[in-house]
Design a protein around this ligand. Sequence first.
Ligand code: NAD
Length: 345
Amino acid sequence: MSIELALTDEGKPRILYLNRGDIAELGGDRSDLYVHALREALISHAEGKTVQPLKPYLRVQGKAGHIADRIIAMPAHVGDPGVSGLKWIGSKHDNPERRGLERASAVIVLNDPATNYPIALLEGGLISAWRTAAVTALAAKHLARKDFTDVALIGCGVIGTAQVTALLQQFGHVRTVHLFDERPDAARTLADRISVAHEGVTVTVAESAEAAVRAGDVVVPCTVTDRPYIPFDWLKTGAFLANVSIMDVHKDVFTSADKVIVDDWEQSNREKKIINQLVLEGKFSREQLHAELGEVLAGSRPGRERDDEIIVLNPMGMAVEDIACAAEVYQRAVRQGVGTWLDLY
Ligand SMILES: NC(=O)c1ccc[n+]([C@@H]2O[C@H](COP(=O)([O-])OP(=O)(O)OC[C@H]3O[C@@H](n4cnc5c(N)ncnc54)[C@H](O)[C@@H]3O)[C@@H](O)[C@H]2O)c1
């Protein structure tokens, strides 16, 4: 990766602005770009070759606020000399219902590592949704049963839609998608979308979260809940659960699963998330963790070893993922002349 400060003809710094349409034009609205960029970034992270400070949460209403009302700063450096950057991602749980807006909104700033100057500003919501989906798809290549056919999705919003779409794009053998959302119209709308776009895939809207989870070989919760509702005994033998919205599963899922994998142990063991609660109670530890995802991708730790294993991935979401994917989008934009240059001075 070679990313450098771009100067105007007068030698002054400038940045490239990429909006959502630009990013989509560059392949940023489907999974391949992300699956490719993430494999390398996650392996480098597991090898200790990235820099990623713990992310601070800005919660204006403190503990009284909704769990999904926050702005998170996510800085990271990836590659050598590589690129540095920051995702600044806001969220209000009622944006969809009250304002007709997506829950999350974000910008990503990339910095040239030689000068530390900002070189690009990208719309971050699209990248964020697709990189999250690609983490699940990449993980499923190593952690799901090879012949899995049934995907269960709980929570059919922006993130859930990208998750199920990425799984359908990456695994042609998916036959049935089981959807559940506490807003039945959200599940029905997504069901219609999938049916139109993916011929040969059966989509069912489940009666309950339990019915969907029990049917899934790959299970992906993407809600905004702060109350766990998925117990271990709902999981099918051989299931792979990607715990995208983090708070949906009961503690016994972590203590009973055959393998628990995280993207990053330090990030998972904080902020009173379920793993952190278990650690504080003395019921889970770094030693009980099977691996970080990058170790599985690098082959230094095994992925799935038997068809009957129940495997849980806890992907907190990492800045290295956002920055690596944004850097790939930026490099494509420079090569293809996409985006708008803005003078900094
Ligand atoms: N792990 C990561 O890397 C990562 C990255 C991005 C987002 N996320 C998480 O993904 C989640 C979803 O984000 P989004 O932007 O799609 O939100 P969204 O508001 O667009 O969609 C959430 C959907 O879940 C449904 N829902 C809420 N609570 C539910 C429940 N208890 N049972 C069933 N359905 C329920 C809502 O009706 C809605 O349709 C958030 O919690 C977010 O923090 C995780």
